[in-house]
Design a protein around this ligand. Sequence first.
Ligand code: PMP
Length: 311
Amino acid sequence: MPTPYAYFRGEIVPLSEAKIGIMTHAFNYGTAVFEGIRGNWNADEHTIYLFRMREHFERLARSCKILMLDLHESIDRLCEIAVEIVERSGYEEDVYLRPMVYKSSEAVGVRLHDLESQTLMFITPFGPYLDIEKGARCHTSTWRRVDDTGIPPRAKVTGIYVNSALAKTEAQLNGFDEAIMLNADGHVSEGSGENIFIVRDGMLHTPTPADNILEGITAQTVVQLAKEELGIPTIQRVIDRTELYIADEIFMTGTAAHVTPVIEVDRRPVGDGKPGPITRKLMALYFDVIRGKHPKYKHWCTPARVRVAQG
Ligand code: PMP
């Protein structure tokens, strides 16, 4: 039976033993930054491949800088811890690793300075997040994406996910699968937990880092795959809401969402209302790549060999 392990206060312990106190600063004020890393099960090789783990830890380190959090572990050490958690936990399915650096002082008072920081990491089994085959029905959220002048979306701050949660719940309670948020200027920003791409005239278009997006690792992956494998360029530019209504194809990218086609926006079908050809080609490539099946991109996949029970 798999048993989830966690990294907590400098040690790897059973997840059930990793508990924080109710006065913890991060719990009270949202003063933590985190990552989501997928471990993709490859049944033929009996291996979980951690996808672009180093890039996730590098982004974690950048988020720490913005929130004045001390990251005590090196990137190399974080990579070792991640592999050890996956190997010890023994899952034989897709998993998700959640590293977090948080203000761990049990202190009342809103600030970032003069507080201790700690790192934790836990694992959970994790299947598909959105319906990848069918595609997602989206609407434009009435909630605007928070601005870099408010809570910087470039940093993956736990507290910022209140913005995402408001948008996601509004979308789902209104019968949609996912929200598309506009930024304060009214231009397209991103989904509640995904970057967004539109296809127009055979090219990919996606919002710029200044549109209050999280600079996504899956997005970066897709841009590279589109260019190198399909010869399709990506243009980063400001995108209007109505461009969503006339796009040939739309898809969302994210560690949880993978590459998910968007088949409807604000009750208008995208293209003919089915996942488009460029989206489907990118999905096929991406799913091979993340399971370590594409030799050229195998360096993005760190193997964690699930230990086979003895006897
Ligand atoms: N935007 C937001 C708000 C997210 O939470 C995520 C998921 N981390 C993304 C975009 C996609 O980023 P990535 O591809 O690095 O997971």
